[in-house]
Design a protein around this ligand. Structure first.
Ligand code: TMP
Ligand code: MG
Length: 289
């Protein structure tokens, strides 16, 4: 067993099963592995020194690129919809239209703000966004072993890319599927491109991107990482999957949500701000441990 799986933050419904999946995956070899991960609150920290860290959207919300009035409205949206996102008493069916409403309203507000493309890097630099501890090993190790990392995010692609670029880990093995901004010829935000990705349609996104998954057909073993139950369907576009190991970060509302996370993720990391466990799993799967 990987020693880090005994860390106090680790909870597993069926440790034996985790062991079996790991063994099959190690046997298949790391050249059959792909990693599919969420971004906000999975690769980035949820909190630092007791203070919440920003999502991609929050980076913009808190930046100088938008007016105080808009900030107020976005905060109101967050205060209204975030409690719904993490409410374990409501069903996905009930939450889905409300999440679409949140994303739609937030993007409408952002588009009114005449955001300049060349200001995004500064907004990220000045933000408090932080990748989880151990991110360097995570990204570098995947790159060194030519393991594809697919990031599936309902955040904002332009911001996400900038966060990993500024951390010097935007390696060529990283592919991002997210909401991308569309700028006019003068570099002002005019819309968001393509179909909206929100937390509950990652499955459709995955299936629409079958072209991408086609390229990865020789990699039927998947390490999936997320922090929301909506993240569980990110690997639905992978054909002929052999093994999947799902690691879930349970950041908030721990008592209410623990059972549902244990039922759906193989490894649940409770209030764990690090990538220590995913890194240990990766080192094991690549024969470094
Ligand atoms: P994801 O991590 O599943 O890709 O989802 C993105 C997160 O972004 C989700 O937890 C909600 C959050 N969010 C904001 O913080 N502000 C917003 O305006 C919107 C639309 C989403
Ligand atoms: Mg997330």
């Amino acid at each position: 067993m990987i020693p880090e799986l005994s860390n106090p933050s680790v909870c597993m419904r069926d440790p034996q099963r985790v062991q079996e999946i790991l063994q099959s995956m190690v046997k298949a070899g790391s050249n059959t592995l792909q990693v599919i991960s969420d971004f906000d609150m999975t690769l980035t920290r949820f909190a630092y020194n007791g203070k919440r860290c920003p999502t991609c959207h929050n980076i913009l919300d808190n930046s100088q690129l938008i007016t105080d009035d808009c900030k107020e409205q976005l905060k109101e949206l967050l205060n209204t919809y975030y409690p719904i996102e993490i409410d374990s008493t409501r069903s996905v069916e009930e939450k889905l239209p409300l999440m679409v409403e949140w994303w739609t309203k937030a993007h409408e507000l952002l588009v009114q703000q005449k955001i300049k493309k060349d200001m995004l890097a500064l907004a990220v630099r000045e933000s408090e966004a932080m990748l989880r501890e151990g991110y360097q090993l995570f990204f570098d190790h995947l790159y060194e072993h030519s393991i594809p990392l697919l990031i599936f995010s309902a955040g904002i692609g332009d911001i996400l890319e900038e966060v990993i670029r500024q951390a010097n880990v935007f390696h060529p093995n990283v592919k991002v599927f997210s909401n991308y901004m569309d700028f006019d010829e003068t570099g002002l935000l005019k819309a968001f491109k393509g179909e909206l990705i929100h937390i509950y349609n990652k499955r459709e996104g995955a299936l629409l991107n079958t072209g991408h998954f086609q390229e990865l057909r020789t990699r039927p073993n998947v390490l999936l990482m997320g922090d929301s139950l909506g993240d569980l369907t990110m690997a639905d576009g992978v054909q002929d999957m052999e093994n999947i190991l799902k690691i879930g970060y349970l950041n908030d509302k721990v008592a209410e949500r623990k059972q549902s996370y244990l039922d759906s993720y193989d490894i649940v990391l409770v209030e764990d701000e690090t990538l220590e466990v995913p890194n240990a799993v990766l080192l094991y799967l690549t024969g470094n441990k």
